[in-house]
Design a protein around this ligand. Structure first.
Ligand SMILES: Nc1nc2c(c(=O)[nH]1)N[C@H]1C(S)=C(S)[C@@H](COP(=O)(O)O)O[C@H]1N2
Ligand SMILES: [Mo]
Length: 329
């Protein structure tokens, strides 16, 4: 396997579906690698593979106890890669589920910088290669629940956003974090369409952004993120509806005011700022009580019950103690 700065990993043979054995082999490899190489990032994977395999015992835990993010790995069956990389929401590339996989090859993920600014003591512009090395890569299997009523289970690769937030030192005025994603009409055919206001902006409260489950993601299934899944970096906030997880992030801004997010601006009667997964609070067009898990009994599976906070209540419930979740939806 070769790493190419312009293209990521070149596997030689493209595979449609990742067989479970291959995938699990990769995971063991990822764990050995992280255990063996200090600060291993995606960029270092290929070169360090041989060394790490020799240096670390099989199945060694990830360093720093970070793999012990409580409840991070769900036991649900992992959604086949062929589904999670071809059934996407990425409106910059079209509104059809198949559009992003078809169109996102035009996205240029190198060079790539992320501006971190606003209410922080140490504002900074990171190059993508700095971010790949900022913290050890971890694999975490999270559920992703879209507000449209479907869900999947994805093995993401990345690290807790808190690692970056600590580096820039938010000031006392930082109450929220805004995520701005790329809006480039030259490479994104639907930027300019009136579906949404561009760029796509999302936001979290600072304590939500600092929560260890909130993840900055660079890969999935042991591989570099495909463009349609938000290359070269996106967010994963597993207890919130999928639209809170912005793709292809270019700016992270700390603010005192609650961010004006893309969906709130587009349909304020339909979306709230919190957007926590909640089976008891319906969206005007979609019941949130149940969901279809992609890949179960075909693409549109029987409905399974949606879990409060998408099943992460024991980890994140405390963030909302005393808050009326019907009013603050
Ligand atoms: N920039 C951007 N980020 C985005 C979106 C988008 O349209 N543009 N769609 C969101 C929605 S609605 C969902 S459900 C998830 C889907 O992520 P996936 O395609 O990797 O499953 O991405 C989110 N992030
Ligand atoms: Mo979504």
């Amino acid at each position: 396997m070769h790493f190419r700065p312009d293209r990521g990993f070149d596997h030689g043979i493209p595979s449609e579906i990742t067989p479970r054995a291959v995938y699990e082999g990769r995971r063991a490899w990822l764990q050995r690698l992280s255990a063996g190489a200090l600060g291993a990032g995606l960029a270092g994977w290929a070169g360090r593979e041989a060394l790490a395999q020799a240096a670390a015992p099989k199945g060694a835990p990830l360093p720093g106890g970070k793999s012990a993010v409580v409840g991070a790995n769900v036991m649900d069956a992992i959604t086949p890669k062929a589904l999670s990389t071809t059934y996407n929401n990425f409106y910059e590339f079209g509104t059809d589920k198949a559009d992003p996989a078809r169109n996102a090859h035009t996205l240029k993920t190198r060079p790539w910088t992320v501006v971190v600014e606003g209410a922080v003591a140490k504002p900074r512009t990171y190059g993508i290669d700095d971010l790949l090395k900022l913290a050890p890569m971890e694999e975490r299997i999270y559920r992703l629940r879209c507000v449209e009523g479907w869900s999947m289970v994805v093995p993401w690769v990345g690290w807790s956003l808190a690692e970056l937030i600590k580096q820039v030192e938010p000031t006392g005025n930082a109450k929220f974090v805004e995520f701005h994603t790329l809006a480039d009409p030259k490479t994104m055919p639907f930027v300019g369409s009136r579906v949404l206001e561009w760029p796509y902006v999302e936001g979290l409260r600072l304590d939500e952004a600092m929560h260890p489950l909130t993840m900055l993601v660079f890969g999935l299934y042991g591989e570099v993120l495909p463009n349609q899944n938000g290359a070269p970096l996106r967010l994963a906030v597993p207890w919130k509806y999928g639209f809170k997880s912005g793709k292809s992030i270019v700016k992270i801004r700390f603010t005192e005011q609650q961010p004006k997010t893309a969906w709130l601006k587009a349909a304020p009667q339909e979306y709230g700022f919190y957007s926590n997964v909640n089976p008891k609070v319906d969206h005007p067009r979609w019941s949130q009580a149940t969901e279809r898990r992609l890949g179960e009994d075909g693409i549109f599976a029987k409905k399974r019950p949606t879990l409060m906070f998408n099943g992460y209540e024991s980890q994140v419930g405390q963030l909302y103690a005393g808050l009326d979740l019907v009013k603050n939806y």
